[in-house]
Structure formats: structure tokens, C-alpha cells
Design a protein around this ligand. Structure first.
Ligand SMILES: *Cc1c(COP(=O)(O)O)cnc(C)c1O
Length: 399
């Protein structure tokens, strides 16, 4: 049967996969539909042309500073440092909160691999924690219990009793743009002497209460990769409210070069992580359109909500109460008894030109992280089977 009908039903109802495919089609229209592509309808050409006309494509030019100032304005962060990508931004942020070799860092088991990789770049070890269903972010309540049972405080440091290693930091991630429960996470970080660094790669334009995500921890890191809500081609930004740390971050991402008229002197091992002017030019143009993009993402959610309200076996993931999500990726949540349909849904939608994706394979199952310490991850495993990201691109004319 390739029309998806069940021959044993007298009134044949198309299988769930076909109904989902039709619902996505009804919203997105014909043709190939990707998961998330950028909207480039503003001053991108103009600003890139300025870079080319003035020969300022790399470190010289006005756009990096302008982009950083615009980010400060939009997020309310005191400082923003533009970098080559969010992974690099996380690496530097973790280093600057004092994560060093052989430390452990708490990260959600359900996140993009970059969160854990940035920990590894510091020579540290990701320690995986479980998620909760409302935000799909770290379950702060379960984490608190786990830390009470498994750690002890020695001279104001959180020591993992099992491994003897120091747990230095906590890295929440705002899944698909939905803000994690930052109040609870901040209190866990405070009570256990952990530094909080937010992986806000997916959450530009998302607010917890009235405050922009990425501005709660000592550092927060945004991504402007091509598939994110706004893009610089590749790129990221480090946010911090601490002037001293901002200065250190700026120094470290610019090869730790001591400012001087002509001399090349570097006072520590730095990184070449600074965002080029060309990318920042894109970023300035993109940021100008962000309010419209966010409005379009909200509209898209409402359209999907109308279509999927007719399909009782699935729900759409909604922004958590008290928070404003950017709805970066729209997410279907299958009812538990439909978990075995997930792969068929993925197959049928992708085959018909609608790009859909499951959530990330939980990181503790990946080769490089099989031996990493972890708490009970049953929520992560449970939700992994039920989540499907559906096409989430917006354009101003269509929605
Ligand atoms: C995209 C993403 C990153 C990495 O961003 P890059 O800019 O591509 O390095 C990190 N963490 C999460 C959760 C992401 O979604």
C-alpha cells in the first residue's frame, strides 16, 4: 500500500505519517521545503557591497563593532563579542569561567554535539544531565537531587564523589528556542558553586520573563550559523555583563595580541576566533529584520497549530509559561503510543520533499561520549523518541 491507507478499515483513514505530511503541505505549499533557511530580504547586498568596495572584508571595517553594538541593544547584554561561531564562543566562555583540564561540566544529554565538544576542547569532561518536558531543557529539580546525592563541597568547590573530579560549570541550552527554567537553574548553580554559561545558540529573540536568554549566566553564547533564526554565514557572539570578562574574551579570541602600533606580542595562548567584517555586515542587515522574522515565526506556529489541532496523535511544542520563544524550530510531539511511527513519519515527509528531523541522538550514546559520567537520563530517552522538527523557514510574503 503506498497511499497510506489501511485495507482493513472500512472507512479508510490515511496513516498518521500521511496526515502529518498533508498538514505540513497545507501550511508550506508545494515544492521542496527545507528545515530552516535564512531570510535575506534587507540590506545584505548593500552592506556586503560596502565591504567589497572598501576592501574591508576581514578585520578592518565598521561592521563588527556595529554588529556588537546592535546585539547589545537588542539583547540588553552589557557586552557582546562577535566570534567565528558559537562553538568557539562556548569554548572561550568555559575557559574564562575557569574550566580546566580534568574538570567536569554539566550539560544536557539532549543538545547539539557542540555543547559537549566545547567542554572537551578545554580538556574537561561533559557530565550529562536529564531534561524536563515543558522546556526540553535541563531538569533543575532532578539535577538538584542528583547533586545532593552525588557531590560534596570541598573549599567551595563541587566535587563529584564518584570520580573525585571537580564539577566546575553548568551549561543550560534553550532547546529549539524555548527558554530553559533559568530561575531554578541559577539557584542550583548558586547552591552548588557552579558557574553558569548559557548555550543560547538557538535562542536569539527568546526571553525568559522580560530578559533576553544568554544574559543570565556569566556568559551566554549566540549562534548565527546558516540554519539559525538569523545568520552571518557562520558566526556567533559571546554575551556578558562583566566588563573585565568581556575584555578578557576579546583578548583571547584575537590571538591574545597585546595592542601595539606594530609589534606582534602575545601574552598567552589565544585563539583566532574573531568574526570577520564581511560576516558582521550580513549580521547587521539580519539584525535589522529580526523583529519581522520573529513575528513571522510566531505566525508560522499559529498556522501549524490550526492544522495539527485536527490530528489528535500529535501536539506542537509551545513556549513555556512565563517565557517568550523565538520558535526557531517548530516541533511535533508524538503521543507515547505513536512512538513507533516516528521513523515512518520522517521517511514519508522527507521522501515527499518536506525536510523533517528527529531530535539529536542523546549525546551519551555517541562514540566520543560513551564513557562520560551521567545521571539517570530516562526523560531524555523518552522524549527523543517523540520529537520531530518540521519545516520552520519563514518568509515575509508567505506568512
Ligand atoms: C547551532 C548550535 C551550536 C553551534 O553553533 P555554531 O555557530 O554552528 O558553532 C551550539 N549549540 C547548539 C545547541 C546549537 O544549536
Amino acid at each position: 500500500m503506498d497511499n497510506g491507507t489501511d485495507p482493513t478499515n472500512l472507512v479508510s483513514i490515511p496513516s498518521l505519517a500521511y496526515r502529518i505530511k498533508d498538514a505540513i503541505r497545507a501550511v508550506m505549499g508545494p515544492g521542496t521545503v527545507v528545515l530552516s533557511e535564512p531570510i535575506l530580504m534587507g540590506n545584505e547586498w548593500l552592506y556586503i557591497k560596502e565591504c567589497l568596495d572598501t576592501c574591508c572584508v576581514a578585520s578592518a571595517g565598521r561592521f563588527v563593532e556595529k554588529f556588537e553594538a546592535d546585539l547589545v541593544q537588542f539583547t540588553g547584554s552589557k557586552h557582546a563579542i562577535a566570534v567565528v561561531n558559537a562553538t568557539a564562543g562556548l569554548h572561550v566562555s568555559l575557559r574564562l569561567v575557569g574550566v580546566t583540564s580534568n574538570d567536569e561540566v554539566l550539560v544536557p544529554a539532549m543538545t547539539f554535539v557542540a555543547t559537549a565538544n566545547a567542554v572537551s576542547y578545554c580538556g574537561a569532561i561533559p557530565h550529562f544531565v536529564d531534561i524536563e518536558p515543558v522546556t526540553l531543557g535541563i531538569d533543575a529539580v532532578a539535577l538538584r537531587d542528583y547533586l545532593y546525592e552525588n557531590t560534596e563541597q570541598r573549599s567551595r568547590q563541587c566535587i563529584n564523589r564518584r570520580t573525585g573530579r571537580r564539577i566546575k560549570a553548568l551549561v543550560p541550552m534553550h532547546t529549539f528556542g524555548h527558554p530553559s527554567n533559568l530561575d531554578l537553574l541559577l539557584s542550583v548553580a548558586h547552591d552548588f558553586n557552579l558557574e553558569l554559561v548559557e548555550d543560547a545558540a538557538e535562542s536569539i529573540g527568546s526571553f525568559y520573563g522580560e530578559q533576553h536568554t544568554g544574559t543570565f549566566g556569566k556568559f551566554g553564547v549566540l549562534s548565527f550559523n546558516g540554519n539559525k533564526s538569523i545568520t552571518t554565514g557562520g558566526g556567533g557572539a559571546i554575551l556578558t555583563s562583566d566588563a573585565k570578562l568581556a575584555g578578557k574574551a576579546r583578548h583571547l579570541v584575537s590571538t591574545a595580541k597585546v595592542p601595539h602600533e606594530w609589534e606582534y606580542r602575545h601574552d598567552e595562548i589565544g585563539y583566532n576566533y574573531r568574526m570577520p567584517n564581511l560576516n558582521a555586515a550580513l549580521g547587521v542587515a539580519q539584525l535589522e529584520q529580526l523583529p519581522q522574522i520573529l513575528a513571522a515565526k510566531g505566525c508560522l506556529f499559529e498556522k501549524y497549530e490550526r492544522e495539527f489541532s485536527l490530528i489528535s496523535e500529535v501536539n506542537l511544542l509551545k513556549e513555556p509559561p512565563g517565557a517568550k520563544s523565538n520558535y526557531w524550530l517548530q516541533t511535533l510531539v508524538l503521543s507515547p503510543d505513536q512512538r513507533h511511527e516516528r521513523d515512518q513519519i520522517l521517511q514519508i515527509t522527507n521522501k515527499s520533499g518536506l525536510m523533517t528531523r528527529p531530535a539529536w541522538v542523546p549525546l551519551y550514546r555517541l562514540n566520543p561520549y560513551e564513557a562520560s559520567p551521567r545521571m539517570d537520563l530516562s526523560q531524555t530517552d523518552y522524549w527523543y523518541d517523540l520529537l520531530i522538527n518540521i519545516p520552520s523557514s519563514t518568509s515575509f510574503d508567505k506568512h
